[in-house]
Design a protein around this ligand. Structure first.
Ligand code: ADP
Ligand code: MG
Length: 386
């Protein structure tokens, strides 16, 4: 093995979104340059990168040129075609490896890999034909969620079924794309664990974060999650098992459901930093993005210790409906930090930024971040949020 990739080197990121932007910020703070490859211009990551290369991920010559110009390639987006990762790996190390992308970008492969690692998932059936759809409905029952196997994010490509008779029409509306049918998990809480693994096999895990989704999109994350005894340890063990079994070099996030019997089942795994880990920027000694830099550069991993309890609230495009949100009002809340991703067009459901608040307790951090977001929206706090 050669030595670590040191500050001054140029790191390559495939994907131009906010995760690439926050990776770039962490890398630049440490003295690296970053080149971004994305199919658009003026991307959130490209805006602050050293260089932004505009090319479709399928343009393998451009991918090879990009990889030739950097010391290591990582990604901020898992829906990168397998051939793209292979082409990049001809010119530079790709971390994490393309095989992790291949597994996690497809829900059936991901669930099979989880099971092979001995990790529980929700009951599911693979759906690639009408016969499989019928078999999956019989095996999984209802209510259930039909999800496209590929390309899903923020709840896109998901349809909830109350009755088996709705299954065929639902699958038709997904264009009969390969899918999985999952039982609806009657979970008590959703949590996630972000973890990193270095080239030397060292593992660093953050404590579990509690997540609340609205319309299948992450709305709020609170750290540390308040959990029954033993659950946090088990959640961290699951993340460690996956980092080690899948031989990850980089950062992953494991989304889990805490079931009424106290068991944890894994919902999905992101092969990169995750929205629920954004609060590590303000609330932890080393952020999830700094860990990604350290891991892919072959440096020692940083401390995952929390500086303070924290909460993160997403800022979706909906917040812009009445014009630019009132940032001064949001920032008047004590302990609040504003993160905006440089996106010009505020579409409903689009992740435009987030707020993080620190507090002396997780409950105080949560109250503060909700208060700040309501102030940005020029709204009084809704009763259920107060
Ligand atoms: P995405 O790739 O869009 O994040 P997820 O599978 O994580 O897709 O689904 C988004 C959210 O929808 C989850 O965080 C959870 O709140 C809800 N959800 C997804 N699958 C299930 C399920 N099987 N049972 C109950 N809720 C689910
Ligand atoms: Mg998810």
């Amino acid at each position: 093995m050669t030595g670590p990739i040191l500050p001054g080197a140029t790191l390559g990121v495939i994907g131009g979104g906010q995760l690439g932007r926050m990776f770039t910020l962490a890398a630049r703070r440490m003295g690296y340059r970053v080149t971004v490859l994305a199919p658009e211009d003026d991307t959130p990551a490209g805006q602050i990168a050293y260089q932004e290369i505009r090319a479709p991920y399928e343009d393998l010559d451009a991918v090879r040129r990009f990889a030739s110009s950097v010391s290591v390639v990582t990604f901020e987006f898992e829906n990168v075609p397998a051939e793209t990762a292979v082409a990049a790996s001809e010119r530079a190390p790709v971390r994490p490896a393309g095989s992790l992308l291949h597994t996690t970008q497809h829900r059936r492969r991901e669930k099979e890999a989880l099971r092979a690692a001995g990790i529980p998932t929700v009951p599911f059936g693979a759906v690639e034909s009408e016969a499989e759809l019928i078999a999956a409905v019989a095996a999984v029952g209802t209510p259930a969620i039909l999800k496209t196997a590929a390309w899903g994010y923020d709840g896109k490509g998901q349809i909830r079924l109350s009755r088996g008779s709705e299954a065929l029409a639902a699958w038709e509306s997904l264009g009969r794309a390969p899918a999985v049918l999952e039982a609806v998990a009657p979970f008590e809480r959703e949590i996630s664990v972000v973890g990193a693994r270095g080239i030397d096999g060292a593992v660093a895990l953050y404590d579990p974060v509690e997540n609340t989704h609205v319309q299948h999109i992450l709305d709020l994350s609170v750290a540390p999650a308040e959990l029954p005894p033993g659950v946090a340890t088990r959640a961290r063990e699951i993340a460690r098992t996956l980092l080690e079994t899948w031989d990850v070099v980089g950062v992953i996030c494991v989304e889990m459901f805490l079931m009424p019997d106290g068991e944890l089942v894994v919902n999905e795994v992101a092969p990169r930093p995750h929205n629920s880990g954004h609060l590590t920027i303000d609330a932890h000694v080393s952020s999830q993005f700094e860990q990604q830099v350290r891991a892919v550069c072959g440096l020692p991993l940083g401390s995952t210790a929390a500086v303070a309890p924290a909460a993160m609230a997403n800022l979706l495009g909906d917040l812009w409906q009445g014009g630019e949100p009132d940032w001064a009002a949001a920032l008047a809340t004590p302990g609040v930090a504003l993160h905006l991703y440089g996106k010009v067009e505020a579409r409903p459901g689009r992740k435009m930024g987030h707020l993080t608040a620190l507090g002396s307790t997780a409950a105080q951090a949560r109250d503060r971040v909700l208060q700040a977001r309501a102030a940005a929206a020029r709204l009084p706090l809704r009763a259920q949020e107060a």
